[in-house]
Every structure is written in structure tokens, then in C-alpha cells.
Design a protein around this ligand. Structure first.
Ligand code: ADP
Length: 352
């Protein structure tokens, strides 16, 4: 019996439109290649069949033939802008390097800010502790004098009337100096706490200067100072806090005499222009080194010169002067040369 041989041939026909329009989009939908990498498919004629919108043949980063089903079609990975692998790797490296550089920069900046803040804190606490010892030192002199002359008078052994009067005068001027020091510290603490208040009113600036000088002359009467004064002959009316302006001028006068060294001559002048009155106090003393000039208005700061450190002071006077003058809408200026002297001036605006 002859055996019947049956051959079955199976074939398939691809519906390309179906493959491109539906199968491929669905198959590639969930493929996440990261970044901008896309999948592209070329047919046997080298035409882009997928993605459907691309017409130009993309430069593939990597490509390969489909296995059995579509042997003549190619599948590949490409970048939409046609970049090569080297280009993409270079860009990735550059991005990572930039990120690393940025991170390092932020770290360095953070460290340097921390170091600066710490250095600032250390400097400030040093200034504060200097301030406490300077202020105590400054208070000691008038207190010691008041006590000494008070005790001497109390014994009743000073019979000479003129001498007694002299002792009373010293006690009065030293208590005035003490009051000035206490006011300075109190004013400073108000300014530092941001609660300092000024009482502005129309007043004659020339009159305020004259009264302040009269008070100050009494204080330095025995120190052998000559104070030359040049003031406008007529009143100069401005909206000021007279006590504060007087306090600012007193501080400048106090410094001029404190740092005068051997030359005991101080010049005070006031000059008016259309818009302001400028008050200057000039001495011919120890002067201020250039490197200290930017800091002398900073609270507690004292120039690091031998002459300054030998002189009692709290480092508050000029901070007050600056605050007072700026509250009046003016500015303080300083010109100084070591061993030749200093000239401080401040302007107060006049109403138009
Ligand atoms: P202080 O109580 O130390 O005088 P200030 O704030 O009034 O405080 O002055 C700050 C620093 O400026 C002083 O310690 C001093 O070094 C310097 N200074 C101020 N005025 C003069 C001046 N007329 N001549 C020389 N140095 C001055």
C-alpha cells in the first residue's frame, strides 16, 4: 500500500500599514530609552517607516536587522537632532562636570561664608571685650578725681578759699565728663537696639555750636588748648535735634583734644552753602593710619596705634556722630594723615 505524502506549506502576508500604524506604535509605546533617544525603522528601500513623521533618514547611533519576520527592515536608535554617540557622551560628560563644578563651588562658597562669619564673630567679641575694659578705664579717671577732691574737701583741711573753689570746679567738670560718658554709652545702646529717637525742631545751628564750645572750653580749660573758632555771623536755621547735634560736636571735640599729642591747637569752623551748613573740627595731632580710616566709624573700633591705645576711649564716639549726622540727612567726612592731624566735618542740610 502506497503511503500518501501530504505537504502543508504555511505562509504569511504582512500588512505593512497595520504593522507601521498600529503594531509598532503599540510595541514601542512602553519602551523608555531615557533622554532623547528614539527608535526608528527603515524598510528594505532605506525609507523611514517609523516614526511616521520622519522623512529624512536618521543617523543611527546603533542599528540592526530584524530577525526572521522582516529580514530586510532595520531597527535602530537615533537622536532627533542627528547627534553621534561621541557627541552624546561628550555632552553627558560636560553636564556631569558642570554639575560637579557647581556643587564644588557651592560647597566652597558655603565654607568660605561660614569661615568669614566665624572670623567676624571672633573679631566682634574681641572688640566687645576690649570695649568693656576701655569703658571701665575711661570711667575710672573722672571717678578717681571726684573721689580724691571730694575726700580732701571733706577733711576740712583746705583753708584757702581759692583752692577750695578750684577743687569744686574740678569735681563739677569731672562729673560733667562722667555724664557725657554715660550719655554716650546709653545713646549707643539705644542706637544699637534701633530705638534711638530724635526730636527735630527749627533751631539756630550756630547757636548750638557756640553753646557746645562754651561748655567744652570749661572742660579743657586746664589742658592748655587753644580753640580757634570761625562761625557765620548770622543765625543759620535748620531742622535739627539740638541736643544730638551738640553731642556729635562734643564727640569730635573730645577726640580732637584726646588725640592731639603735643600740638594743642584745635580749629572749629562752620561754613554755609545754599543747601547745607558744614561743621569742621581740625586737630594737628597723631592722625589716623590709612588702613584704619575705613573702620573708625564701626562700633567699638579703635585704631591700633600706640598713641590711640595709650588714650582711654570706648570706640563709640564716631559711631554716634555718624548716626546723628545721618539722622539729619547729612554725611560725616574725615581727612587725616598720621602725625599731621585730622579734620572731621559733617554737613547738615538746610531747608530749601
Ligand atoms: P574712642 O573712644 O576710641 O575715641 P571713637 O569712636 O571716637 O572712639 O574713635 C574711634 C577711633 O578713631 C579712635 O580710637 C581713634 O583711633 C580714631 N580717632 C578718632 N578721632 C581721631 C582724631 N581726631 N585723631 C586721631 N585719631 C582719631
Amino acid at each position: 500500500m502506497a503511503e500518501a505524502i501530504v505537504s502543508i506549506v504555511l505562509g504569511y502576508e504582512l500588512n505593512e500599514d497595520q504593522v507601521i500604524g498600529s503594531v509598532l506604535p503599540r510595541a514601542l509605546e512602553g519602551v523608555d530609552l531615557g533622554g532623547d533617544i528614539r527608535v526608528g525603522i527603515l524598510d528594505e528601500g532605506g525609507r523611514v517607516r517609523f516614526p511616521p513623521s520622519s522623512s529624512a533618514r536618521p543617523a543611527f547611533l546603533a542599528a540592526g536587522h530584524f530577525a526572521e519576520i522582516l529580514p530586510s527592515w532595520q531597527v535602530g536608535l537615533f537622536h532627533p537632532d542627528g547627534r553621534s554617540i561621541d557627541d552624546l557622551v561628550w555632552r553627558e560628560k560636560a553636564t556631569s562636570l558642570a554639575f560637579l563644578g557647581g556643587t564644588l563651588l557651592v560647597i566652597i562658597l558655603g565654607i568660605s561664608l561660614t569661615v568669614r562669619a566665624a572670623a567676624h564673630e571672633v573679631a566682634l567679641s574681641r572688640l566687645k571685650s576690649d570695649f568693656v575694659s576701655n569703658v571701665s578705664h575711661e570711667f575710672k579717671t573722672p571717678l578717681a578725681l571726684i573721689r580724691m577732691f571730694g575726700e580732701t574737701l571733706e577733711t576740712g583741711m583746705v583753708e584757702d578759699e581759692a583752692k577750695r573753689r578750684e577743687f569744686y570746679r574740678i569735681i563739677r567738670t569731672e562729673s560733667e565728663r562722667l555724664t557725657h560718658l554715660i550719655n554716650k554709652v546709653l545713646d549707643f545702646s539705644r542706637i544699637d537696639a534701633g530705638v534711638k529717637q530724635y526730636t527735630f525742631r527749627e533751631a539756630d545751628v550756630v547757636d548750638v555750636i557756640r553753646n557746645t564750645l562754651d561748655r567744652y572750653r570749661l572742660q579743657v580749660r586746664d589742658l592748655g588748648f587753644t580753640i580757634d573758632v570761625e562761625l557765620p555771623p548770622a543765625p543759620v536755621i535748620a531742622r535739627i535735634d539740638p541736643d544730638a547735634v551738640s553731642e556729635a560736636l562734643l564727640n569730635l571735640l573730645d577726640n580732637a583734644t584726646k588725640y592731639s599729642g603735643e600740638c594743642r591747637r584745635v580749629e572749629v569752623s562752620a561754613v554755609t552753602s545754599d543747601s547745607s551748613i558744614t561743621v569742621s573740627v581740625e586737630d594737628h595731632g597723631v592722625g589716623i593710619p590709612k588702613e584704619d580710616l575705613p573702620n573708625i566709624f564701626v562700633k567699638f573700633y579703635r585704631a591700633r596705634t600706640e598713641q590711640t591705645l595709650e588714650t582711654p576711649g570706648s570706640g563709640l564716639g564716631l559711631t554716634l556722630v555718624k548716626h546723628i549726622v545721618e539722622a539729619h540727612g547729612g554725611r560725616v567726612k574725615v581727612e587725616s594723615e598720621p602725625m599731621r592731624g585730622s579734620r572731621f566735618s559733617f554737613g547738615i542740610p538746610l531747608q530749601g
